[in-house]
Design a protein around this ligand. Structure first.
Ligand code: NAP
Length: 247
């Protein structure tokens, strides 16, 4: 356990986060994954066990500073080390047209997807600066570049995330730490299951590859950014979207 690197993945109970946990474990990382409830975290623990993945599962509410502080000290206690890689994956959607959006829809989405980046990065960055190495990888979204009607709250968080990563990348570049985003297009998970069949059909028509992606497509890009091979890439966004958006 001693020589292995540790990867923290927030929101690792399902969807993209779980695929990232499996892929990074495949690459030799010890996994610290999080869920929001006892039930989802127990499920993650079972997933890790049944896939022979070394690591632990933790309850985390990313909107709560004390919950992040507890996660930090629990990981330190369990692994006797701090994470080498932090994947900011946990996120929510809460869609509505701006004119109908409630304060709760707006602030909950901003707090979960964006304000959490401030808190988690400040805490987990400190030991990376000391060790003079580390990787921060954030899961943004294609809509950060295209915009999306009904998602002013969500798109604000995902484009804010890209600006955050570019700025932090510049701050820590000389400390051996890289900060990058992976920007998924439409990926089949619980989040996109909320879309109607008609919406999914329309989305697939708009994608040059004519299909939605799978969580592993995102995990492969994250694994590359977490690897030694990506040492000279920072402040960048890798788009994984079947051609839906090309920069
Ligand atoms: P998902 O299936 O809905 O899973 C969300 C994960 O986030 C779950 O593990 C959930 O934990 C966790 N979570 C939710 N609220 C949280 C909170 N307050 N604190 C800590 N964790 C929380 O989502 P997904 O589709 O895999 O998406 C993962 C990321 O990719 C998100 O940031 C999303 O915005 C982004 N993304 C997804 C798509 C897509 O097409 N799916 C496209 C672009 C970007 P529980 O299981 O305990 O609820």
């Amino acid at each position: 356990m001693k020589n292995k690197k540790i990867a923290l993945i927030t929101g690792a109970t399902r969807g993209i986060g779980l695929a990232i946990a499996k892929e990074l474990a495949n690459d030799g990382f010890l996994i610290a994954g999080t869920g929001t409830s006892q039930q989802s975290t127990d499920g993650l623990r079972e997933e890790l066990k049944s896939n022979n993945i070394e690591g632990s599962a933790y309850i985390l509410d990313i909107t709560d500073e004390h919950s992040i502080e507890k996660l930090y000290s629990d990981i330190n206690k369990d692994f006797s080390e701090t994470p080498d890689v932090v994947v900011n994956n946990a996120g929510i959607t809460n869609d509505n047209l701006l004119i109908r959006m409630s304060d709760d829809q707006w602030f909950k989405t901003i707090n979960t997807n964006l304000n959490s980046l401030y808190t988690i990065s400040k805490i987990f960055l400190k030991p990376m600066i000391k060790k003079r190495k580390g990787r921060i990888i954030c899961i943004s979204s294609v809509v950060a570049n295209t915009g999306n009607a009904g998602q002013t709250n969500y798109v604000t968080t995902k484009s804010g995330m890209i600006g955050f990563c570019k700025s932090l990348a510049r701050e820590v570049a000389t400390r051996g730490i890289t900060v990058n985003c992976v920007s998924p297009g439409f990926i089949t998970t619980d989040m996109t299951d909320k879309l109607s069949d008609a919406q999914k059909e329309q989305i697939s028509k708009d994608i040059p590859m004519s299909k939605m992606g799978v969580a592993a497509d995102i995990a492969y890009a994250v694994a590359f950014l977490a690897s030694e091979k990506a040492e000279y890439i920072t402040g960048e966004t890798i788009h994984v979207n079947g051609g839906l958006y090309m920069q």
